[in-house]
Design a protein around this ligand. Structure first.
Ligand SMILES: Nc1nc2c(ncn2[C@@H]2O[C@H](COP(=O)(O)OP(=O)(O)OP(=O)(O)O)[C@@H](O)[C@H]2O)c(=O)[nH]1
Ligand SMILES: [Mg+2]
Length: 462
């Protein structure tokens, strides 16, 4: 059956019937009084989510839907018959939007869910309703009201728990046919799959879930390249995505890492929310010799990002169980630990380097401790831990500049006392002189000053 997932339709509810103006006319009964009946209500247009349907195809061919109007009221106290509601069946997962404003009106995501799209008009009252003691012959009746009308856009978003994503030819259809009873076409050319396929996966312990296989996504899909990215809508409701990488792909610019990045970029362009869904990354076609060679660098590259790669072969079934276990864990428990690996932690390497660099510095700091700058040495372990290892050299460089004049100031202090009211110009040489005197001391303390970041907290504690 042809798959149609977007249509525009016009719906109009039935108008209410008019009330009747009528008087009883019978032999020997004079002035029988008003007996015009009420009009019947118009039929409403109602959408019902039907699990039997999988496409909006019917609405592609019939785009106007009008419910019947109510009957008019009649004489002899006869009310008009109300019209039946018009029920429009749509697949479960249909979004109904106002075609003009694009406002989402309802998401029919539950089987049997009903929604009134256009309410039928109310029948008018017949003249018998308007008779009073002072107005016994009302020669008027009420008209029925008009039924609502609206132009709608129906969008089908399939309901699946797990979505399969990947470049064309990555093996998505092979994957779904291996884990479920879905039998989509599998062939060795891109864009074999043109419409989404659903498959019911029977997992262990009676647990089952629905998996969706959608057409391949390629670079520029968001600009309409290939089949575009409109099929991504069908995996928007998924809780987990399986990202299949074709490890045997050949061609310019095709490398597993490049494919991975391109697909994620396209996902992000489509929707940030979709891009943020948990992804199980599967490196497929590992039975091919080329694929084996590409696996190690790809796995390492993703490990640096903290992402685990599941090596699989949909052809032989190798690695599929581990992959499905992870998918089921995310789906049923919401835990995503299995999708991540520990990063190689470049921080630690840097920390090791820093520690190596600091080792001689610590030695040099030892004499400085004698001069009263000691607490730094105690803090050496803290320096080792320092996560911002890169910052350490900068601090080291800055520290001597800050600290070197320290002793000079202590020398300068008596000088200031002695010549309290002398001009500032005299101070400068004094400072310089003091600094010159202290230069060897400054040199000595430089090593200690390297410990400056550690000294601060130490100083506070002492
Ligand atoms: N050697 C090998 N070939 C595979 C494997 N999985 C899939 N293939 C082959 O790859 C080709 C494409 O497989 P499909 O399942 O049609 O790929 P797809 O991702 O659905 O492709 P589109 O529908 O075009 O997006 C077919 O010829 C498969 O036989 C695998 O694990 N190993
Ligand atoms: Mg396919």
């Amino acid at each position: 059956m042809k798959f149609v997932d977007e249509v525009r339709i016009f719906v109009k509810a039935g108008d209410g019937g008019n009330g009747a103006v009528s008087f009883r006319r019978e032999k020997f009964i004079e002035r029988g009084g008003p007996n015009g009946g009420d009009g019947g209500d118009g039929g409403s247009v109602i959408f019902v989510a039907d699990p039997q349907l999988t496409t909006l195809l019917d609405y592609r061919y019939q785009q106007h839907h009008r419910a019947k109007g109510g009957e008019h009221g009649m004489g002899s106290d006869c009310n008009g018959r109300a019209a039946e509601d018009m029920v429009l069946k749509v697949p479960v997962g249909t979004l109904v939007k106002n075609a003009n404003t694009d406002e989402l009106l309802v998401d029919l995501s539950e089987s049997g869910q009903r929604w009134v799209a256009a309410k039928g008009g109310r029948g008018g009252l017949g003249n018998m309703n308007f008779a009073t003691s002072t107005r016994q012959t009302p020669r008027f009746a009420q008209d029925g009201t008009k039924g609502e009308e609206v132009t709608l856009r129906l969008e089908l978003k399939l309901l699946a728990d797990v979505g399969l994503l990947g470049f064309p030819n990555a093996g998505k259809s092979t994957f779904i046919s291996r884990v479920s009873r879905a039998r989509p076409k599998v062939a060795d050319y891109p864009f074999t799959t043109l419409v989404p396929n659903l498959g019911m996966v029977q997992y262990k312990d009676g647990l089952s879930f629905v998996m969706a296989d959608i057409p391949g996504i390629i670079e520029g899909a968001s600009e309409g390249v290939g089949l575009g990215h409109q099929f991504l809508r069908h995996v928007e409701r998924c809780k987990v995505l399986i990202h299949l990488i074709d490890m045997g792909a050949e061609g310019e610019d095709r490398s597993p890492l490049h494919d991975f990045d391109v697909l994620n970029t396209e996902l992000a362009k489509y929707s940030e929310q979709l891009a943020g869904k948990p992804q199980v990354v599967a490196a497929n076609k590992l039975d091919l010799p080329d694929a084996q060679a590409r696996l190690a660098p790809f796995t390492e590259a993703l490990r640096e990002r903290g992402i685990r790669v599941y090596p699989v072969s949909c052809a032989t079934g190798e690695g599929m169980q581990a992959l499905m276990d992870s998918v089921a864990e995310v789906l049923f428990t919401g835990r995503t630990e299995k999708l991540h690996v520990e990063k190689p932690a470049p921080v630690r390497k840097a920390a090791a380097k820093t520690a190596a660099r600091e080792a001689p510095a610590r030695k040099a700091a030892a004499p400085a401790r004698k001069t009263g700058k000691a607490p730094a040495a105690k803090k050496a372990p803290a320096a080792k831990k320092a996560p911002a290892a890169k910052k350490a050299p900068a601090r080291k460089a800055a520290a001597p500049a800050r600290k070197a004049p320290g002793p000079a100031r202590t020398v300068k202090a008596p000088a200031r006392k002695a010549a309290a009211k002398k001009v500032a110009a005299r101070k400068a040489p004094a400072k310089r002189g003091a600094m010159a005197k202290q230069r060897p001391a400054a040199k000595q303390t430089r090593a200690a000053a390297k410990k400056a970041p550690a000294r601060k907290p130490g100083g506070r504690r002492s």
